[in-house]
Write a protein that binds this ligand. Structure first.
Ligand SMILES: [Cu+2]
Length: 129
């Protein structure tokens, strides 16, 4: 019985790893939904690729010029960190690489300019390991 429980436990653990959800943050900017998916879960110190998907209220991809701003406020022994990177892509899917130089909470802001020149943004925090 103990062996069976152990075996089940191992199978479930492997399954949990295999199906580990990506680190995803979905936010609304008015009627537009912005989903950010990080290639590492949790995001780690150093380079992380983030894929930003932008859709309108009808789930149609939104063309935009996209930039990702990321920052960490000053803390003991560390000046404020503040960076910007342009996200490349088209048809509503954009990718950027964030170089997160320290573990802890980072403020991320995705800013995008719509074809009509309107600027929208979403903001969130990621906890970096
Ligand atoms: Cu810091």
């Amino acid at each position: 019985m103990r062996k069976l429980i152990m075996t089940l436990f191992i199978i479930l653990s492997v399954a949990a790893l295999a199906f580990a959800a990506p680190y995803e943050v979905s936010k609304k900017a008015g009627d537009i939904t912005v989903a950010s998916v990080f290639d590492k879960n949790p995001p780690v110190t150093g380079k992380n690729k983030v894929t930003v998907t932008i859709k309108d209220s009808k789930q149609a991809p939104v063309d935009a010029k996209v930039a990702v701003y990321y920052s960490m406020p000053a803390m003991a022994g560390m000046p404020a960190m503040d960076y910007k990177t342009v996200a490349d892509g088209k048809n509503g899917v954009y990718t950027a690489t964030l170089d997160l130089g320290m573990s802890g909470p980072w403020n991320v802001e995705v800013r995008f300019i719509l074809p009509n020149k309107e600027l929208r943004k979403v903001a969130y925090t990621v906890d970096v390991r």
